[in-house]
Design a protein around this ligand. Structure first.
Ligand SMILES: [Zn+2]
Length: 273
């Protein structure tokens, strides 16, 4: 399972073999591990891709790093891509059994949250209290292995790192990578940012993934929601693959092929705008 150790190994690969890429830390997790961001491309349009909000979905972290390694460099001409492959390194280390979970969880192998039991994709400032209420109706009132959004928006260092990066870089596009469902979400609370339609048209030509609106507890307080609300620029969530998280490694080749098409399409659309 892809976790902090695998990421460090990939960053060493970048350091040694990929001179056109660089990386830096955008902040630290609860346990003080670095949250890395890899950059590639020559601007002037800026795209953000974030993977690894959820510990059981780090196949998307692996996807993102392989995507950077395998893509032709011409793809990144005219854009600068900021890729955050593993936003929740502590959670990934818990789910992969490398560090012990805090006491309040039932089952380490189901861990989706950060070390404090906050689900990072419920911690953004976009309908935060609506999401909190919906989750409370499911019986979740405090730190938990999944879905608990924290005491307040941006209470967690991992989400604050994304907020800080977005303040620093004027992103034209943001993509959050999750698994699973083979769906793409593109709006927040009725807001469809200008330029989104072009992405959807191009995606329909490109992928069999369903273009959909999220419902229930997944419809607020996520990264895409906050990005759309805060900046009014196209923001997407990709729910990759089909199955039960963590997806088995045997699915990776198909997942890579499908997601590469989708992300290529989005970056090409951004370049054409
Ligand atoms: Zn997720």
């Amino acid at each position: 399972m892809y976790a902090y150790h695998e990421l460090i190994y990939d960053l060493i690969r970048i350091d040694v073999f990929q001179k056109e890429m660089s990386f830096f830390s955008i902040g630290n997790s609860v346990l003080g591990q670095n949250i890395f961001c890899v950059t590639v491309g020559t601007g002037p349009k800026n795209a953000l891709i974030v993977a690894g909000h959820h510990s059981l979905e780090t196949m998307m972290s692996r996807f993102l790093m392989e995507y950077l390694f395998r893509s032709k460099k011409e793809l990144f001409e005219g854009i600068t891509l900021y890729a955050v492959p593993l936003l929740n390194p502590d959670g990934a280390d818990i789910a992969s059994g490398r560090i012990k979970q805090p006491d309040f969880s039932k089952d380490q192998s189901l861990w989706q949250a950060n070390y404090r039991g906050v689900d990072l994709n419920h911690n953004y400032d976009a309908g935060f209290y609506l999401a909190k209420k919906a989750v409370e109706q499911e019986g979740i009132y405090g730190p938990n292995y999944t879905k608990y959004g924290g005491e307040a928006p941006f209470s967690e260092p991992e989400t604050r790192a994304i907020k800080k990066l977005c303040k620093k870089i004027p992103f034209d596009l943001a993509i959050a990578l999750h698994s699973q469902g083979e769906e793409i979400y593109y709006e927040y609370d009725g807001i469809i940012p200008q330029g989104t339609q072009k992405y959807l048209e191009n995606l329909k030509e490109t992928t069999h993934y369903k273009i959909a609106a999220p419902t229930g507890t997944a419809s607020h307080a996520g990264m895409k929601d906050w990005f759309i609300k805060e900046y009014g620029k196209p923001g997407f969530t990709i729910e990759a693959g089909l199955g039960k998280n963590p997806l088995p490694n045997t699915l990776f080749p198909n997942l890579y092929r499908d997601c590469k098409k989708i992300v290529d399409c989005m970056l090409e659309t951004l370049k054409a705008q």
